[in-house]
Design a protein. Structure first.
Length: 557
């Protein structure tokens, strides 16, 4: 090899090194000058992450401070199938610890195409801890809050429920979602190359949800539910509803339905079973609606309680003949007797004195045909007659051809009980430390008319011939009204399906409670005075004793 050839090779090698150096320098300039920001962000994402800190959901309490819905600590168990070395072993271990089906779990753990699968959301923390102690590769654990209802079925229709992600899905849990949920926090964590946390560089604290206090009393509620269950069973009924409220404020102390469901197992209950019938469902009220007609006639000064009418056993209205509920001879009845003995003919006679426009006005004054405004979702406004024919004046005054909700009817009787003021019913007393504003009630009848109607309603329970004798409560005066209504069906009314109801006030001399009981499709009897009135008596007796209301009835000789 000549010197010239050797030198040429050395120069080529130097040029090659120079090109490599120039390329490396250009690459360094490009990375450090142009791509520096992008690469820095990528590196930060690899070593810095922001974790969400969920906010605790607020507790729902009853009026006495008893928790009805609370958040409990739970542990969510998950797996990375790519890190699971023995899917069969892990599936069996998880199934034993968490009471799961290993056959359903195994395919999830064996699926290597996935990075994340849930083994169990919100598992019992003690059971999850046992599984964690096995240190099985591929399993992970993190804390979560689980919504729990310690009273189980008590007030479940009112509370509704929160789903697996702690979002309110029905009832007050849904209505109060923004107040109960709070606001989540976060923390930014720096991790080493092995994923271990080495520093927390930023923290935003979570804000827990507000606690909520209801007007519901869990003891009155639980008793009402027990009475309804027994009533449904005794009479072979389809369902039953009860409302207990304070007539002076509109506060709902109990709102019960049967059948019920355990809010902790909401997914196992059908939508029909979860429905709060006291607010969402309507029914034709029958004779309990006669209160409106009588109150209107008295308020318009068309009659007085002692005004008498000669009443036949039936009355013709347009093309219809309407009979009494029980056959009787022609007789003279006062207005007071018309209500206490629940005369259809007498009530229609009073309605004819009012005529269509004034009767409709009084129906509206008592709040029928529009929502009460209660703080609960899905309230029905009821159903007014779609049109007014010649025979409508014979149907509506006796509670046919019109549909109401149980809560509307209870509120209407509350107005008569408190001296004539219609209050908007409510379930939420306060959110956090803030008491909710309650508008003043609306006067619909005078004190005089209220007192007159209350006296008539007392005769329904206490007088000879009254239809509500079974609603009596030992030691207390009771005012109320029975209702028995055939259910409408295409072409007319059913001859086998009825709604039996009773609405009453106790004590009648100084009202503390308005109680409505409605029983849907009882099979062994149909009359409100037979089916619903005894249930009213049991609910009233418990409520009065629990609230320590002194007896007010005169001792019997």
């Amino acid at each position: 090899m000549t010197v010239r050839t050797s030198n040429r090779r050395i120069r080529l090698l130097l040029c090659l090194f120079a090109l490599v150096f120039a390329g490396t320098l250009a690459r360094a300039v490009w990375l450090q000058g142009v791509q520096a920001g992008t690469l820095e962000r990528m590196a930060t994402r690899q070593h810095v992450e922001t974790e969400k800190i969920p906010a605790g959901r607020g507790t729902i309490f009853d009026r006495t401070g008893e928790p009805l819905a609370i958040g409990e600590q739970a542990t969510t168990v998950y797996a990375d199938p790519r890190e699971v070395k023995n899917p069969r072993k892990v599936a069996i271990a998880a199934a034993r610890a968490l009471d799961l089906d290993a056959n359903k779990l195994y395919p999830l753990l064996a699926d290597r195409t996935r990075h994340f699968v849930y083994v169990q959301r919100k598992a019992d923390p003690l059971e999850a801890a046992k599984l964690a102690r096995l240190s099985l590769p591929g399993l992970g654990f993190y804390p979560e809050e689980r919504r729990t209802y310690p009273q189980h079925s008590v007030a479940s229709h009112v509370l509704g429920y929160a789903g697996v992600d702690n979002d309110g899905l029905e009832g007050l849990e849904k209505t109060l979602e923004r107040s109960l949920a709070g606001k989540p926090g976060s923390q930014t964590i720096v991790r080493d190359p092995f994923g271990r946390a080495i520093d927390v560089i930023a923290t935003k604290p979570e804000r827990p949800g507000n606690d909520v206090f209801l007007t519901i009393d869990h003891r009155i509620q639980a008793n009402a539910e027990a009475v309804l269950r027994a009533t449904v069973k005794q009479w072979g009924a389809k369902a039953a509803t009860a409302v207990v409220l304070d007539p002076h404020t509109g506060a709902v102390l109990a709102m019960a339905n049967a059948p019920s469901f355990d809010a902790n197992k909401f997914s196992a209950a059908s939508a029909d079973r979860r429905r709060n019938r006291a607010i969402t469902d309507t029914y034709e009220p029958g004779s309990t609606f006669k209160l409106v007609t009588v109150s209107g006639a008295l308020s318009e000064k068309l009659v007085a309680p002692s005004t008498k009418f000669r009443l036949e056993t039936s009355i013709q209205v347009a093309d219809r003949i309407i009979h009494e509920h029980d056959p009787r001879p022609t007789q003279t009845m006062s207005v007071a007797q018309i209500l206490s003995e629940s005369s259809n003919v007498g009530t229609i006679t009073l309605a004819q004195l009012l005529a269509k426009d004034r009767l409709l006005d009084w129906i509206g004054r008592f709040g029928f045909g529009r929502p009460t405004g209660v703080d609960f979702p899905g309230e029905s406004p009821g159903i007014l007659p779609g049109y007014w024919s010649g025979s409508t004046i014979g149907n509506v005054p006796i509670g046919q051809g019109i549909a109401v909700t149980p809560l509307q009817m209870a509120a209407a009787y509350g107005a008569i009980a408190n001296g004539g003021t219609l209050h908007k019913p409510y379930l939420i007393e306060r959110v956090g430390g803030e008491r909710r504003h309650r508008p003043a009630g609306r006067r619909i009848v005078s004190d005089t008319v209220s007192a007159q109607v209350m006296t008539m309603l007392r005769d329904v329970v206490s007088a000879e011939g009254g239809t509500g004798a079974a609603a009596a409560v030992p030691g207390y005066t009771v005012a109320g009204k029975t209702g028995t209504a055939a259910k409408p069906e295409p072409g007319g009314y059913s001859t086998s399906r009825y709604v039996a109801s009773f609405v009453g006030v106790v004590p009648a001399k100084d009202p503390r409670l308005v109680i409505l009981v409605s029983v849907d499709e009882p099979r062994l009897a149909i009359w409100g005075g037979v089916v619903a009135a005894p249930a009213f008596s049991k609910i009233a007796q418990f409520g009065l004793q629990y609230l320590e209301v002194a007896p007010d009835a005169d001792p019997q000789p």
